[in-house]
Design a protein around this ligand. Structure first.
Ligand code: TNX
Length: 524
């Protein structure tokens, strides 16, 4: 009797183990597209209950051929090849591609998806991404990428099945400007680090990278007509670090790398304050004609260009002419913040004249909100960071605002008081606070029509490398990206945090050093 019972028990254990093994080895193919965790959340998603399998026979077809289409197809193949180990041959076609393909089209999208939107149609037979522009196709690819298992982000071949849920997505952004800013002046970051940041922001459909290229602690962009800016002014940073700068070739390389990912570079030369590195490099830019020492501390607001000297404007003209020549994007950022030692009566005409100089280079100015103390040229954009009054002045002049309210969007703030790096002057900003706001209701008098977009600045006083940058940007930056992309009416923190929690596996696969906030239900 006892033996029989024992045998029965053993057999039961074996059956349970086999069943368990079976279930854990073969994950069910996903069939419900509406349950996928896409960030930023698309405008509309419907499921059809099917699954599309990606396999070694999957090719990428483009509808016709153009440089843009070829580049986009190549980008997609480059994304998919390492982890799958498949070839992803790229084939041009004028007709419908065979079963099992990925199909990219620049002719079949709905007009309603606009310049940056896309239609993603997935059946068990075909993945079709259509858009009206290469930027839209690129955005559709980012969504498709997030439908694949997180292992797609690994750099080496993974032996798993690459199934995706099928259905349709129609998607387009709320704002045309969705930005991130990286301060390479307080602590210099290398070309490779900047490229890594570009890679990471483009996953979330961020389409502008503002580079803060000069400040008191260092000048980071080679200017051939003023070589001492980098020879002298580029050799320091906060603390004892070596500083550094981008040669013009390196800057152009960054611009190209970004453009391939549909990210536009916005170069900033901050002035008339935040200029100690320039003032230290050229005595003639100082009101008293004497160059100060280089500066490696963290104070702000102590330096100013000599606003009364003509040489200052010659300098600005030559600097912006060289920068404009290397920058295909429409904007040059002129800074203008915290000019505490520039008299207001000097500051205002200075900023007005600098906007004219920028216009002469064919570009449009962006400046921190203080610039609206003066007259803004038509087209000039004010970046709201701290003063609602300044932002209101800009709106009253008919200018558009770029929204970077420090208490929400400054991702150099700590998450809580114990965060190892970061500042607290604008508060501590956990992931919910960074996500849970609406640019159109934040301040009275600032509405949808006054806003061009949103940007998350990452100042680098407290960080020295890209791993620290990742820690402050992730996971707040994907949330800011969603504010820029997804209509407020369809987003809420309670729903978002679940989607975000599902991105932990992707962050890990991408080797992102993220902050595992307790507010988020991480699924690892
Ligand atoms: C304010 S934001 C600044 C920067 C600092 C930052 C630190 C702005 C326009 N000026 O110079 O780096 O705070 O959070």
């Amino acid at each position: 009797m006892y033996i029989k019972k024992l045998t029965y028990h053993v057999i039961c254990c074996i059956i349970t183990a086999v069943l368990f093994l079976h279930v854990s080895c073969t994950t069910q193919p996903p069939t419900d597209l509406t349950k996928e965790n896409i960030i930023p959340k698309p405008v509309s998603v419907t499921a059809n209950g099917e699954t599309f399998p990606l396999n070694m026979n999957t090719s990428i077809y483009t509808q016709g051929s153009s440089e843009d289409l070829d580049k986009t197809a190549e980008y997609l193949a480059g994304l998919l090849r390492p982890a799958t180990g498949f070839d992803f041959e790229i084939i041009v076609t004028e007709t419908a591609p065979p079963k099992g393909s990925i199909f990219l089209s620049l002719s079949d999208a709905d007009a309603s998806v606009g310049d940056e939107g896309y239609n993603l149609e997935i059946t068990k037979k075909l993945v079709k991404i259509s858009a009206n522009s290469p930027a839209g196709l690129f955005n559709g690819i980012q969504t498709f990428r997030q439908l694949l298992p997180a292992e797609i982000e690994m750099k080496s071949k993974q032996n798993i099945e690459w199934n995706i849920a099928a259905g349709s997505i129609t998607d387009y952004p709320v704002y045309s400007y969705r930005g991130a800013m990286l301060d390479v002046a307080r602590h210099f970051m290398s070309v490779e680090e900047v490229k890594r940041y570009i890679d990471l922001i483009s996953v979330y459909k961020i389409n502008y990278l503002h580079l803060h290229l000069s400040d008191d602690q260092g000048w980071r962009i080679e200017i051939k007509s003023w070589p001492n800016l980098t020879e002298h002014g580029g050799q320091t940073e906060i603390g004892d670090g070596p500083g550094g700068f981008f040669t013009q070739e390196q800057y152009k390389d960054i611009v190209r790398y970004a453009a391939y990912r549909h990210v536009t570079i916005v170069p900033e030369i901050d002035m008339p304050g935040h200029t100690n590195a320039a003032l230290a490099s050229y005595p003639e830019l100082n009101a008293n004609g004497k160059a100060p020492e280089l500066y490696t501390g963290t104070r702000v607001g102590f330096s100013t260009l000599a606003t009364h000297k003509e040489i200052t404007y010659k300098f600005i003209k030559e600097v912006f002419t060289e920068i404009a020549g290397m920058t295909p994007g429409p904007y040059i950022h002129i800074g203008g913040d915290e000019s505490h030692v520039t008299k207001k009566e000097d500051y205002i005409p200075f900023v007005e004249r600098v906007q004219d100089i920028v216009a002469e280079t064919g570009k449009t100015s962006i400046g921190w909100d203080e610039i609206s103390l003066g007259t803004l040229r038509p087209g000039t954009i004010a970046q709201y960071w701290s003063s609602a009054e300044n932002a209101g002045n800009a709106v009253a002049q008919g200018a558009k605002l770029l929204m970077s309210p420090a208490s929400r969007a400054y991702i150099d703030m700590k998450y809580d008081t114990t965060t190892r790096i970061g500042y607290t002057w604008a508060g501590v900003i956990d992931v919910d606070k960074a996500y849970n706001w609406d640019p159109t209701t934040l301040e009275t008098g600032i509405g949808r029509d006054n806003i061009i977009g949103i940007e998350a600045p990452l100042w680098t006083e407290t960080i020295t490398n890209i791993k620290d940058a990742e820690f402050l940007a992730f996971p707040r930056l994907p949330g800011i990206a969603e504010i820029g992309w997804t209509p407020m009416s369809t987003r809420s923190w309670d729903e978002y945090k679940v989607r975000l929690g599902n991105h932990a596996k992707r962050f890990k696969a991408m080797d992102i050093n993220y902050y595992p906030s307790k507010l988020v239900p991480w699924i690892e």
